[in-house]
Ligand binder design. Sequence first.
Ligand SMILES: C[S@@+](CC[C@H](N)C(=O)[O-])C[C@H]1O[C@@H](n2cnc3c(N)ncnc32)[C@H](O)[C@@H]1O
Length: 284
Amino acid sequence: MTPEEFELAARFVKDRSGLVLTRDKGYLLENRLMPVVRELRVKSLSDLLAAVAAGDAATQTAVVDAMMAKDTAFFRDWKPFTHFRSIVLPNIRVSRGMKRAFRVLSAGTSTGQEAYSVAMSVRDLASSFAGWNIEVIGIDISASAVGAAARGVYSQFDVQRGLPVLTLLQHFTKKDDAWVLNDDIRGMVKFQTGSLLEDLYPLGRFDAIFCRNVLVYLDLKTKLEVLQKLGRVLVDDGVLYLGLNEALSGVGASFRAVDADLGIYAAHRADRPASLSLAAKVDL
Ligand SMILES: C[S@@+](CC[C@H](N)C(=O)[O-])C[C@H]1O[C@@H](n2cnc3c(N)ncnc32)[C@H](O)[C@@H]1O
């Protein structure tokens, strides 16, 4: 790959996804794109990048998809989900009791484990939320990840990472070598392809947003832009979960840290006391 080709590819991937590829990442670009060269049956990496430059939509989508790191797990890091279950969900039950509805966004959902972990957490409190209208939306720039997420079929390896056996047996059905999520969980979650760099308003507003292990790949300016967009679609008492390694000193004016080590942030509104946040501990 020539330096010009690297520049072209890096600029294209950054514009679409925010992912920053520094010059020392040339090997990463080649490793990830060679399978695309074979899959799309083009002659070479140079031809692939020429198709990107010419605006070929299918090639562009495949290139972005290939460059994304999609590693994930059910109940990843566990503690943020404990916070969601033990603090946020009880607060939602009280504060949304009249409306009987709430929405959660899994932004950068990859193959769906995060969104389904949210749905399983809610389902485990089924008696508290009987008859409620609950929507979990998973969005990701990778069309292949979103396709896998919507199928809701996982390998033994996938379910071994993070799922307690009881949860597995309660919410999945074994089919041949795979584990299929039960319909009640799948029915709570919808997935769509999209970039967090785009306008998020069409998704509507959310009571909680999980955006974990996504911002870590972005430069500071893009991170702050994405956080600003997320802040605009989070309700005034909403909660934001970032990854454990993503504690930012300047998360922007829209959030304040609840537990920066665990990546838990509350929407910050100058006129609202912190105690009214869904992320705040209250005596129920
Ligand atoms: C490492 S995975 C994290 C998955 C999950 N959130 C978790 O913590 O387990 C990062 C995901 O973010 C997605 N992603 C990266 N940049 C994105 C963007 N600009 N818009 C939407 N999704 C993006 C990637 O495709 C990938 O699936």
